[in-house]
Design a binder for this molecule. Structure first.
Ligand code: ADP
Ligand code: MG
Length: 173
């Protein structure tokens, strides 16, 4: 089994519901096992600013699928959850990106690993740092980058919800 990290985001419709469904569908896949789930964060849209806030989380998974097959499964789940691709970086019910896959480095248009913008996106570095300790990506310590991102004060709010044992619950109950 190989270890990979995925970023999930939603800013259209029932954002918590789409995150939950995407986690369920990934976990149901026979070749994917979810090991860690970050908190859910409410974050300001990145790239194309004029749209609703996102809900984001990061997963650590174990998988027997090679990177391109994993991407195909992620895209299949996006389609099942009514993801359309009208506007680049526009509103979406669900976005599933591969952040890391073992120590693999590849740069193709259809798949770049580590993810091209991993170190630039607070909504990725902050949840990723939460579930990994001392992870080094492209020579950078992810916890340090996350700390810098937190200081920038761009909206990245930890929400009082968590997905545990594949069901959504409120952290305060
Ligand atoms: P974005 O995730 O940048 O908002 P999309 O989800 O529409 O945009 O993805 C655009 C393309 O990026 C996809 O067709 C996919 O092939 C490609 N891509 C390249 N690297 C990755 C990656 N690490 N994870 C997911 N998609 C990727
Ligand atoms: Mg994507």
């Amino acid at each position: 089994m190989k270890t990979a990290h995925l970023s999930l985001g939603s800013n259209l419709g029932n954002r918590l519901g789409y995150l939950q469904k995407a986690v369920d569908l990934l976990d149901k896949h026979p070749d994917i096992k979810i090991c860690k789930i970050s908190s859910i964060y409410e974050t300001v849209a990145w790239g194309l600013k004029e749209q609703d806030d996102f809900y984001n989380l990061v997963l650590e998974i174990k998988t027997t699928l090679p990177p391109k097959d994993l991407l195909q499964i992620c895209q299949k789940i996006e389609s099942e959850l009514e993801r359309t691709r009208d506007i680049h970086w526009g509103p979406r019910t669900i976005d599933i990106d591969i952040l890391l896959y073992e120590k693999i480095e590849m740069e193709e248009e259809c798949l770049t690993i580590p993810h091209k913008y991993l170190l630039e996106r607070p909504f990725v570095t902050i949840p990723l740092a939460e579930i990994t300790a001392d992870l080094i990506v492209k020579g950078c310590n992810i916890s340090l980058i996350a700390k810098t991102h937190k200081k920038m004060n761009e909206k990245c709010l930890k929400l009082p919800y968590e997905i545990k044992n594949n069901s959504l619950s409120s952290k305060n109950t």
